[in-house]
Design a protein around this ligand. Sequence first.
Ligand code: FES
Ligand code: FES
Length: 161
Amino acid sequence: MCVMETELNINGQNQRLDLAPGVTLLEALRDYAGLTGTKYGCGEGQCGACTVLIDGRAARSCVIRAADATGRKIVTIEGLASGHGLHAVQQAFLDHAAFQCGFCTPGMILGAVALLDQDPSPTASGIREGLQAHICRCGAYPRIVDAVRAAASKNKGSRRG
Ligand code: FES
Ligand code: FES
């Protein structure tokens, strides 16, 4: 099978992967880079489970060819925490038990990070609207909204400090 060396910047590291043509970014992350935190839900850009950040914006990795992500900064759930601990959104999801099975959680968290980047103080309805394209089959939406609000107010507090 023909493969193509493709360099991707994932979680701050350049990685060279030998990928078959047409491999999606989701497949590259999970099957070639071993980063299985990014989930395969629908494979059609409809559920949000595969969301990663590309250059700081939420993107559905199942509908993006890996080759099209070269030269861009990709962040997966594995790369979100810094050396100082969990990202504020990750911590808020834990504090608010904002999941049941956890399948939607990595994509939901990265979607929330991108949302807070665009709007640091969203209302509850703004959060629901911002994350409406993320499906949680367990129906944990109320706790997810609580968690994102908590992360927003923590960020606000830390900016004041
Ligand atoms: S797996 Fe990509 S949006 Fe559903
Ligand atoms: S926690 Fe199960 S799909 Fe969201």
